[in-house]
Design a protein. Structure first.
Length: 356
């Protein structure tokens, strides 16, 4: 009698066991990618670009959710520029004492200073931002943004402020890609790229966020380390005494040589190539790398930066660094690069299984 009663339990156990095994097999077929890198490298922009290319894109309800981030960037960044203008004129009069807002500029600055950071960008905000953006003093402060923690993409939103201020405004794909919203915690998304299933994790890049990375490391197929090419003359968001490029190289050395990643493909994205191409014509690479004695042209400087990262690999015989130069806002470039990533990831999986 007891044996008869236990049969349903055994049958249920077998069923659960089959489901678990099926789940494990499915999980093994999913390639896990971990996006790592310093804050401001463009990781989240790449993540959003993948969603537009290989995911479901952004529905209207998703787009509306970005409006607050865009409003905040417009107001906070203009406030930041005004604050820098006032402080630099006072503290460094020899360099910045010549800067002077017009009367309408002064009135616009007072208005922007007065409003809350979380206010919607309406016609009044747009008018005052537009006035300030035409001021030569504001433009000069923006040109020095690398050391002032002013986001590059703010220029785009200042130029588009009238459109953003309309009542019917819905953020476009480009608006969503360019808005700067710092990632906190871990964001994940599943994509199918050319028949391969990917589970991609994007994590915060600021130092305070890095301790949260650790639990993402297990069974990762590949790490995509994103570094900004254009940050070579910039300071870190959370430490204005530390060069952002040097921090990125140091972080890559730490990540690349972790014991968790012995069998993990290491893919390096040297991102923001468009911004770098413009900046290297004005700012020499030597401001970051004192030993650099080459020409300040795009190709030579990119090659040198790439070498700085690749030289941090302590096990070059066993571990290869797959480097790509990228522009996260360029859909065609991202599509092509992730085609290459797919091949790398598949070959890594086959190598782990002893099949190649």
């Amino acid at each position: 009698m007891g044996c008869c009663e236990s049969n349903p339990d055994k049958s249920k156990d077998r069923s659960v066991g089959k489901e678990l095994n099926h789940g494990r097999k499915q999980d093994l077929n999913i390639k896990k990618l971990l996006f790592l890198g310093s804050g401001g490298s463009g990781k989240s922009t790449l993540f959003k670009q993948l969603r537009t290319i290989h995911g479901e894109g952004f529905l209207d309800k998703d787009r509306v959710g970005f409006k607050d981030h865009i409003y905040s960037q417009v107001i906070e960044q203009m406030k930041n520029i005004i604050e820098c203008y006032e402080e630099l004129r006072e503290e460094l009069p020899d360099e910045y004492g010549h800067l002077q807002l017009t009367q309408s500029g002064e009135e616009a600055a007072k208005y922007i200073d007065y409003i809350r950071n979380d206010m919607d960008v309406d016609e009044n905000v747009a008018e005052n931002v537009e006035i300030l953006w035409k001021e030569a003093a504001i433009r000069e402060i923006f040109e020095n943004r690398a050391k002032l923690k002013i986001d590059d993409s703010s220029e785009y939103f200042f130029e588009e402020v009238r459109r953003i201020a309309t009542r019917s405004y819905i953020p476009t794909d480009r608006d969503i890609l360019l808005v700067r919203h710092r990632t906190t915690g871990v964001i994940e998304q599943k994509f199918e790229i050319r028949g391969t299933n990917f589970h991609i994790f994007d994590v915060g890049g600021q130092r305070s966020e890095r301790k949260k990375w650790i639990h993402c490391f297990e069974h990762v197929t590949a790490v995509i380390f994103v570094a900004s090419l254009s940050c070579y003359d910039e300071v870190m968001f959370e430490d204005d005494t530390q060069n952002a490029m040097i921090d990125s190289v140091d972080l890559f050395e730490e990540i690349c040589n972790l014991r968790w990643f012995i069998q993990t493909a290491m893919i390096l994205f040297l991102n923001k190539k468009d911004l770098f191409a413009a900046k290297i014509q004005k700012v020499p690479l030597g401001v970051c790398f004192e030993d650099y004695d080459g020409e300040d042209n795009y190709d030579d400087c990119v090659a040198y930066i790439r070498t700085q990262f690749e030289n941090k690999n302590k096990n070059p015989r066993e571990k290869q660094i797959y480097a790509h130069v990228t522009c996260a806002t360029d859909k065609t470039n991202v599509e092509k690069v992730f085609g290459d990533v797919q091949h790398i990831v598949i070959n890594t999986s086959l190598a782990r299984g002893g099949l190649i």
